[in-house]
Design a binder for this molecule. Structure first.
Ligand code: S3P
Length: 200
């Protein structure tokens, strides 16, 4: 195990010994954060939390209404408030799907420092196609050129995630298996804590 993976495992172990485990999924609109999150949570018998749903619940408004009433700055304030509340109140092991912009705000990255995160990487073509979901209104999905530009701007943030998984051509099972193996999530709490080296 190299130093970086040992350190990640150590951070995860700290959380484990503190009692609650969590993994945060990040990536652009249409990268599959919610579908992967639901499937990963089901496989691990963990809770699934959708940050956008939490925001809507706290604000009593849809994401589209928050954007139209308060603009993107207003939405970002609501997003950080929901994330702060969530990270302070996690009581059960959870997989959390973040909204596409949450991981690009420095204050949110600070809140997430102690938790492992996963960037679901995909091609712009796949993202554009997969985000054309009529049920999910996405105020920041305008034309394809703007979409590609925004993705490029966000990549340096997404790449700071603990783990990067290229989802191209992979199904949900393969993506979840990769995340579980890389972050040692399949193991029982005590087992994974015991497996870890004591010093690096
Ligand atoms: C956003 C993505 C959306 C939602 C909001 C802002 C973004 O979530 O949080 O519309 O900034 O990319 P999804 O990534 O789940 O679509």
């Amino acid at each position: 195990m190299d130093v970086e993976s040992a350190l990640r495992a150590h951070l995860l172990a700290l959380r484990i010994t503190m009692g609650v485990r969590a993994v945060f999924l990040t990536g652009f609109m249409g990268s599959g954060k919610s579908s992967v999150g639901r499937e990963l949570a089901r496989r691990l018998h963990w809770d699934f939390v959708d940050l956008d749903a939490r925001i809507e619940m706290r604000e009593g408004k849809s994401i589209a209404e928050i954007f139209s009433g308060h603009g993107e700055p207003g939405f970002r304030i609501a997003e950080t408030a929901a994330l702060l509340e969530l990270t302070q109140s996690l009581k059960r092991d959870s997989v959390v799907a973040l909204g596409g912009g949450a991981f690009t705000q420095n204050e949110n990255l600070e809140l997430l420092q102690a938790w492992p995160s996963v960037f679901l990487q995909a091609t712009v073509d796949d993202l554009w196609r997969q985000s054309a979901d009529e049920d999910a209104i996405r105020p920041l999905r305008k034309d394809r050129e703007q979409f590609a530009r925004l993705y490029a701007e966000r990549l340096p943030f997404y790449r700071q995630a603990t783990l990067i998984v290229d989802t191209t051509g992979k199904d949900l099972v393969a993506i979840c298996a990769r995340i579980e193996a890389a972050l040692h999530l399949g193991q029982a709490k005590t087992e994974s804590a015991l497996d870890l080296p004591l010093s690096f």
